[in-house]
Ligand binder design. Structure first.
Ligand code: AMP
Length: 188
């Protein structure tokens, strides 16, 4: 089973994805995490993208496509991927569909965590204290939320039309959300 988890930055996507990975023995493909590691390791790519990421904008579709293809093409991860932070626009959604079909795979489930902007602001500020991410401050949080709404909401509509979408109320406790997600996955 391959699945995608959507939600605005700070919605708890990463936490829920880690939970699903452990419980259902999947592999997480978080484009944001991979990109942040490139910056941390000061690679050529890292140097190229650091100012883009720190300003809250999107890295180019071509850059993320390469990262995603190297994951999808690896037999080890076949039909066991949870996509976190990808796809983020319709171009990426179409690319993902092509890449998966090239490697004999598809998306089986799409989860959307819904959380209000007020809750996001609160959580991002908490996370900043814990993780010290350069893109976690209120102004950038609002910008990332708005970018998410503008670019990613149409992608969610795309999966809704394919009847793959399950909506999750992300305002509840981590445990309640874990339980609901687990119940949905066990039905697939
Ligand atoms: P995230 O950890 O998913 O919130 O991603 C952090 C940052 O990495 C984003 O604000 C973007 O700058 C970049 N990024 C992550 N995933 C993508 C993607 N699929 N397309 C473009 N940029 C991305």
């Amino acid at each position: 089973m391959n699945l995608i988890i959507f939600g605005p930055p700070g919605a708890g996507k990463g936490t829920q994805a880690d939970f699903i990975v452990n419980k259902h023995r999947l592999y997480k493909l978080s484009t944001g995490e991979i990109l942040r590691n490139e910056i941390k390791n000061k690679t050529e790519l890292g140097k190229e993208i650091s100012s883009i990421i720190n300003s809250g904008s999107f890295v180019s579709d071509d850059i993320v496509k390469k990262l995603v293809e190297s994951f999808i093409s690896d037999e080890k991860y076949k039909d066991r991927i949870i996509f976190d932070g990808y796809p983020r626009n319709l171009t990426q959604a179409n690319t993902l569909s092509d890449l998966l079909s090239n490697y004999g795979q598809k998306i089986d489930l799409v989860l959307k965590l819904s959380v209000s902007l007020e809750t996001i602001k609160k959580r991002i500020l908490e996370r900043r204290t814990l993780e010290k991410r350069a893109d976690d401050n209120e102004e950038i949080a609002i910008r990332r939320y708005k970018t998410y709404e503008k670019s990613t909401e149409p992608v969610i509509e795309y999966y809704k039309k394919l009847d793959l979408l399950k909506m999750i109320d992300g305002e509840r406790s981590i445990e309640q959300i874990n339980k609901e997600i687990s119940d949905i996955i066990s039905l697939i």
